[in-house]
Every structure is written in structure tokens, then in C-alpha cells.
Write a protein that binds this ligand. Structure first.
Ligand SMILES: Cc1cc2nc3c(=O)[nH]c(=O)nc-3n(C[C@H](O)[C@H](O)[C@H](O)COP(=O)(O)O)c2cc1C
Length: 149
């Protein structure tokens, strides 16, 4: 199984989350390529079984939250009919940014197989290791199930 983890980060929180996700997949025996969305290996991305795409939550901390820098994500290769999982990092609430990110992926015809918010900063910062574990576990299981059908 081959997975491409693609992320957009400015201050490093989303990059750290993406690397933790990639390491978790690798520990499970998956071949992983991890790239900032502005510098991908197109050949690897096109041949991956699953794309995991992440960005951060932008807004006014509670108001008008949205997935950040969607213009950069728009430069990715076509994700139509590709198995895709999404994640956002956030400090207050990931709900709206995840919803809009999901619309973005569905508008592009992606086969959405998972989505998750990871709180990487701010008060009550959670230990995201367990959330990453359940995120990757779910994605591997759903990929295995679809392949055996
Ligand atoms: C300009 C700006 C606006 C933000 N707005 C929100 C927001 O509305 N809701 C939220 O939960 N987090 C918000 N955040 C927090 C970021 O989503 C969070 O810190 C994220 O992990 C940053 O990712 P990065 O370190 O990869 O750049 C905002 C951060 C910045 C810099």
C-alpha cells in the first residue's frame, strides 16, 4: 500500500502533524511519500492508493473559519475518483474548516474516505498521538476492505 501525505503549513504545526501521520503509516508497513503541496513528487502522488491532504484552519478564531490557502491546494494534480482523506489543524474549532474542506474535495470528485481535525496549539492542547493512531488505522482498514471486494 502506498500513501501520499500532502500538507500546507506556515508555522510548522500542520507540517508536524503530517509527519506524525506519515510516521504512523510507516510503522504499519505502508510506503509513504510526504510533501508540502507546493513541492510534490507528481509520479508518487499519481501512483498512490490514498491521498491524505492537510491544511490549517484560518479565520478570526471562531468566526469565518475556513481551510487555509486553498489556492495552493488547487495546484495539486486532479483528485477526481482518488481515495482521499482530509485533515485540518486548529486551535479553537475545526468544524467549519473541515466542512468546507470536505466540500472542496467533493467538488473535485474525490472519493472521500476520512477526515479529522488535530488541535496542535492553543489552550488545552491535546496529545494528538491517539487521534493520529485511530485516523491512520481507520484509513488502512477502509482501504483493505475496499480492495478485497
Ligand atoms: C491568521 C490565523 C487565523 C487563525 N484562525 C483560526 C480559527 O478561526 N479557528 C481555529 O481553530 N484556529 C485558527 N488558527 C490556528 C491555526 O489553524 C493553527 O495554529 C494551525 O495549527 C496553524 O498551522 P501551521 O502551524 O501549520 O501554520 C488561526 C491561525 C492564524 C495564524
Amino acid at each position: 500500500m502506498k500513501i501520499a501525505v500532502l500538507y500546507q503549513s506556515v508555522r510548522g504545526g500542520t507540517k508536524r502533524a503530517a509527519h506524525a501521520i506519515a510516521k504512523n503509516f510507516q510503522d504499519k508497513g505502508v510506503i509513504v511519500g510526504i510533501y508540502p503541496v507546493t513541492d510534490i513528487d507528481a509520479q508518487f502522488v499519481l501512483s498512490a492508493d490514498l491521498l491524505v491532504i492537510g491544511t490549517w484552519t484560518d479565520g478570526f478564531f471562531g468566526l469565518g473559519a475556513k481551510p487555509a490557502q486553498i489556492g495552493k491546494l488547487n495546484t495539486l494534480p486532479n483528485i477526481s475518483h482518488r481515495k482521499t482523506a482530509l485533515f485540518v489543524t486548529y486551535e479553537i474549532d475545526p468544524t467549519k474548516s473541515l466542512q468546507q474542506f470536505e466540500h472542496w474535495a467533493l467538488d473535485r470528485g474525490a472519493d472521500l474516505v476520512g477526515k479529522q481535525g488535530f488541535k496542535v496549539r492553543g489552550p488545552f492542547r491535546k496529545d494528538i498521538a491517539e487521534e493520529i493512531e485511530s485516523f491512520t488505522e481507520h484509513l488502512i482498514m477502509s482501504n483493505a476492505t475496499t480492495k478485497s471486494q
